[in-house]
Design a protein around this ligand. Structure first.
Ligand SMILES: Cc1cc2nc3c(=O)[nH]c(=O)nc-3n(C[C@H](O)[C@H](O)[C@H](O)COP(=O)(O)OP(=O)(O)OC[C@H]3O[C@@H](n4cnc5c(N)ncnc54)[C@H](O)[C@@H]3O)c2cc1C
Length: 410
């Protein structure tokens, strides 16, 4: 079947769904996107990292505007709180480039390229059925539509994946990510922030059983200049008391409750240098959430005329900074394959082969980084820069990751 003129349904209108819709619409498909949320996704996101070459390609290929705002990171500073200074003791300055993004701005930039008439929100896909005639989709309101090809871009708890590969679902890694972000204008004591801005550094606070990261992202008015950004932070650590994440779910902003708030305050007091602790304490309760860490390998990305993209395909732990990256690379691959073959059969075959391998290998890498940086943390405070380099190379074990691009021989 030819790509041009084929009817394609996309389930999920977030990063992966919008990027897939852009790629396939340009390839001549007749696209409809179905997004279950009716309130829009823009207010819920926070910091997200992508590699610089990917951002450049997205601009070149008109997935993003030329003036798309991001904060350029050039160096990661690993810090421990040993009580010696209010800003902690620097253990390692690790060179490494990345673009730091505001999730909402990234999503809105993609969304603005998907015409409103093909983006239908407030619609939940319930069932699908494949036959010779294509893929029939049923919606929560009882209606049905038929497509030649269906794209499952419905995130880590994908309904589409569970239909294609019953029994495959994300597994809880046993630890969480506390997250928060707020406008930079709230900061009174800028401490080492001006210096960090000058060198485009971001901070990692090391402690036994986890670590925290703090970096700046563009702010509401799409501005990435100093004074107009948001402070974005995240802390990887064990499961807090009183919650269970055996079933996929999360604690959304504003629903923390006093027990969890107290546990977070204790965690910060115990492990963060005074200045960093004060920075985090400026976050209002409604700006804090808990993301339990899940991951999932996949037996495939394609079954019949249904393909997966983004978190629906494979779920990676956030350590690799690959959630959005993977989705965006997959959309660009789809566009390339459409241009190369123009027919769905070879496109689906190639896409399945390339993305199953790439997706599973990034899940593997996330597991190795999670083990090294959270589950079995090293004795950080005694490590020299040479120890850090060796530990990083051992963790990556021959794999490349843009965050660690300076380590030439891994
Ligand atoms: C609101 C939101 C905010 C996020 N913020 C961040 C962030 O700050 N930092 C970060 O690193 N990652 C964030 N993520 C995750 C990040 O978007 C993904 O890891 C990555 O970009 C891949 O995205 P995705 O489109 O595959 O999945 P997701 O972004 O999870 O999108 C899946 C979409 O599918 C929709 N959907 C699910 N089931 C159905 C159904 N049955 N019918 C119709 N629609 C359905 C969901 O409503 C959702 O919009 C966020 C995700 C969401 C949804």
């Amino acid at each position: 079947m030819k790509v041009a003129g084929s009817r394609v349904g996309v389930v999920g209108g977030s990063i992966a769904g919008c990027a897939a819709a852009i790629a396939l619409q340009r390839s001549g498909c007749d696209i409809t996107v179905f997004e279950r949320s009716s309130s829009g996704l823009r207010d819920r996101g926070a910091g997200i990292a992508i590699p610089n070459p990917l951002r450049e390609s997205l601009i070149e290929r008109d997935f993003l505007d030329a003036d798309y705002p991001y904060w350029p990171a050039e160096e990661r500073i690993w810090i421990v709180n040993d009580g010696s200074a209010p800003t902690g003791r620097v253990l390692w300055r690790q060179p490494g480039s990345a673009s730091l993004n505001n999730w909402s701005i990234l999503w809105m930039s993609l969304r603005s390229r998907v015409p409103d008439e093909i983006y239908r929100d407030g619609i939940r896909v319930e069932e699908l059925e494949q036959s010779e005639a294509g893929v029939s989709v049923s919606f929560a309101d009882g209606s049905h539509e038929r497509f030649d090809v269906l794209v499952g871009a419905d995130g880590y708890r994908s309904r589409i994946r569970s239909d294609m590969f019953p029994g495959i679902k994300p597994e809880y890694a046993g630890y969480v990510l506390w997250r928060g972000n707020y406008p930079e204008q709230r900061i009174v004591d800028r401490g080492p922030l001006d210096q960090a801005d000058g060198s485009h550094s971001w901070h990692t606070i090391c402690f036994p059983g986890g670590h925290g990261v703090i970096y700046m992202i563009p702010g509401e008015e799409n501005r990435a200049d100093v004074g107009h950004r948001r402070v974005n932070w995240a802390i990887y650590t064990k499961t807090p008391e009183g919650v269970s994440f055996d079933q996929p779910g999360s604690v959304s902003p504003g629903s923390l409750g006093s027990n969890l708030e107290t546990q977070l305050r204790k965690l910060i007091d115990e492990h963060f240098p005074r200045w960093h602790a004060q920075l985090l304490e400026l976050t209002k309760p409604g700006e804090i959430s808990i993301q339990p860490i899940y991951d999932e390998m996949s037996p495939g990305y394609v079954a019949g005329r249904v393909l997966l993209i983004g978190d629906a395909g494979t779920v990676t732990r956030p350590h690799t900074g690959s959630g959005a990256t993977k989705a965006l690379q997959e959309a660009m691959l789809l566009e390339d394959l459409c241009r190369e073959y123009g027919e769905w059969d070879p496109i689906l075959e190639q896409y399945d082969m390339q993305r199953t391998e790439a997706g599973n290998s990034i899940v593997e890498l996330g597991r190795r980084i999670g083990a090294a940086q959270v589950e079995h943390t090293p004795p950080w405070s005694t490590m020299t820069p040479a120890d850090f380099e060796q530990w990083t190379k051992d963790t990556l074990s021959g794999t490349r990751l843009y965050f660690y691009g300076n380590l030439d021989d891994h």
